[in-house]
Design a protein. Sequence first.
Length: 212
Amino acid sequence: MVPGPSLLAFALTSLALIVIPGPSVLFVIGRSISLGRLGGLLSVLGNALGMLPLIVAVAVGVGAVVAQSLVLFTIIKFGGAAYLVYLGIQAIRHRRHTAVTHEATPDPQSRYRILAEGFFVGLTNPKTLVFFVAVLPQFVDYSAGFIPLQMFELGLVFFVLALLCDSTWAMVAGTARQWFARSPRRVEHLGTAGGVMMIGLGGVLALTGNKH
């Protein structure tokens, strides 16, 4: 187990990183604007679940190998960026359909699709992988042993904090969307705005985070 002081210090460090708008926050806001509160919350859950394989990979040492490999890191980075651009284009293409159904509850199939899309985005976020590889080991008590378990525990702390904070962003953005959604035309514009945000985010991820 991670010592209490180290766990608290890591939680504060993680919280400081999470509350600053970054790729995950922008993704959640864009999805919530395009899909509404429920769609945004499902995206948050999927995005958070996508972190779990990264946490496991870092805990067992695979994450460090990926982060240090230029080829693997680049594949993950550009794969995630391309998928964000794809989601943004889809949001813009289907903005009229979104405007017609903005008050409807997504059917079970759509919910699973939204979860899966969020999962893939979380799994291919290179900034999360680099954070885990670079930061988690600094809060591990090596004298206590069970290093993989300690790193997994720290990863779960980050997972819970990210889930709570991103859900707040989803609720705020989704509520704002409903407030603006007094007419189908405005919902169309919101859907377009959400799509543009995701396309822009994909471009930013593709151009940043290069390994040196």
